[in-house]
Each structure stands twice: as C-alpha cells, then as structure tokens.
Design a binder for this molecule. Structure first.
Ligand code: MF3
Ligand code: CO
Length: 249
C-alpha cells in the first residue's frame, strides 16, 4: 500500500475531526490549574469530544487506558492521566485524537503552568517553531525529508535535540498510516509530496539528549537523561500551493 490521496470530501471530514481536536485541546489547556490532578483532564477530554459528535481515538488504542495523553516535564509523550498533581512551573504536553464520520484528527500542544523556567519557555517556543517550519516545508513537489530536515534544523539551532524513537505519521481513516514522518532527516530524501496527502507532524524536542525510555506502566515515555521535553502536533493536508492545517478551531 502506498500513501493514500484523500478526496475533497474526505479532507472535509478530516477538517471536522481536526476542529473537534483543536477545540477540545484549547478547553484542556484553559483548564490547567496548579493543584489539579491530571485525571481531571481525562473527563474533560471525553466530554468535549463527544459533545461535538466525535469519537475519542486514543481510548483502547493498543490498550491505551485514557482519552488524552498528559506528559509533564521530562515525560515526552503517552503520559497517562492519573493522580499526579500539577505544580507551578510544570510544562504540560496534551496530545489528543478524535474520529468524525470515520476520519481522524490528531494534535498536541505543550503549555507552561505558572512561573516556568527560562529554559522551559525556550523549549516550548523552539518546539512550536519546529512544527511551524515543518508545515512551511510541506508542499507538492517537496520531499518528506524536507519536512524532517526543517523540523530538525530549527530545534537544533536553538540548542535542543529531537527525539528519534517516535515519529509523525500519515493519518486518515486510521490514526497511523504511511508514511512515517521522522523529526530528523535530509532535504530531498524520502517520498515526493502530492496534493491530498494527509499527515500528522509532531516534533518531540528535548533540552538534553534525544534518547528516551518507557516507564513500567508500559506507556509513559521519558527522556533518558531526565531533561525537559516538549511536543507539538498538527494534522495537515498537502494543498496546491503548500499545506493546510486541519487541526484548527
Ligand atoms: N498522537 C500520538 C500518536 O500519534 C498519540 C497516540 S498514542 C495513544 O501516536 F495510544 F494514546 F493513542
Ligand atoms: Co500523532
């Protein structure tokens, strides 16, 4: 199976799925409070997705036990909401997916809570910027490696490292479709991008080294050296002149 090209109708449904994800993420980000348990975010995620007619996509995906991933500080991705209490200065990554009439949206943001360290704030901005640069490199006639390289170049130019063991991905009827979209690579390499390809770009950027390890819960990924990590993700479609972000309110 090659990379699927979506029709205008399918892209319309992915835009709706993306809107549900983006609006729910905004509600979650606005609900963050010092002293709250991360579990409270899971209830909000489910309600906000379902009241918009969406189906949460993470719950029970390969056994994942929640509706949203909440990854704090040195946690990179796939943190499970639970009894952890958020503290002033935490950086909190929220990753969310939803399905609308059979089509998927997937996005993530990292939000600083209260008085975040300068390094934490710079990491968040560098990761957001890496995603923006990746989106800017996505257009017909470019190669996948142009996206990867743009993400990597931006993150590393700020003195940070990009995670290697987890990558972005094609998306559509399935959350994970071809191709894999690494956050590192070389311009001009990889598949040629064509109008109608849909993918999720998701840089995960660390203050220290790029290596990660998984915790005993089988899900939570943390930096190997305990340094801070941030994560931003958008679902996009390649258009005539460039790319459209589908995970917008
Ligand atoms: N956005 C992530 C991804 O693209 C999270 C999915 S993991 C899940 O892989 F298990 F929570 F679904
Ligand atoms: Co994703």
């Amino acid at each position: 199976m090659g990379i699927e090209i979506k029709s205008a109708n399918e892209i319309g449904l992915m835009r709706e799925a993306g809107r549900i994800v983006a609006e729910t993420l905004a509600t979650l980000a606005g609900a963050l409070r010092v002293g709250m348990m991360t579990r409270e975010l899971d209830d909000i995620a489910r309600e906000e997705i379902e009241k918009r007619g969406g189906i949460p996509s993470f719950k029970d995906y390969r056994g994942y036990p929640a509706y949203v991933c909440v990854s704090v500080n040195e946690q990179v991705v796939h943190g499970i909401p639970g009894e952890r209490v958020l503290r002033d200065g935490d950086i909190v990554s929220l990753d969310l997916g939803a399905i609308y009439r059979g089509f998927q949206g997937d996005a993530a943001v990292t939000v600083g809570l209260g008085q975040v360290s300068r390094q934490g704030r710079e990491l968040i901005e560098a990761t957001r910027g890496a995603l923006e640069n990746g989106i800017a490199a996505a257009k017909p006639g470019a190669h996948l490696g142009d996206i990867s390289a743009a993400i990597q170049r931006h993150a590393e130019s700020k003195g940070f490292s990009v995670v290697r063991e987890y990558v972005g991905h094609g998306i559509g009827r399935q959350m994970h479709e071809d191709p894999q979209v690494p956050n590192y690579g070389n311009p001009g390499e990889g598949v040629l991008l064509r109008k109608g390809m849909t993918m999720a770009l998701e840089p995960m950027v660390n203050v220290g080294g790029w290596r990660t390890r998984a915790l005993e819960d089988g899900w939570t990924v943390v930096t190997a050296d305990g340094s801070l990590s941030a994560h931003f993700e958008h679902t996009i479609v390649i258009t005539d002149g460039g790319a459209e972000v589908l995970t917008l309110p």
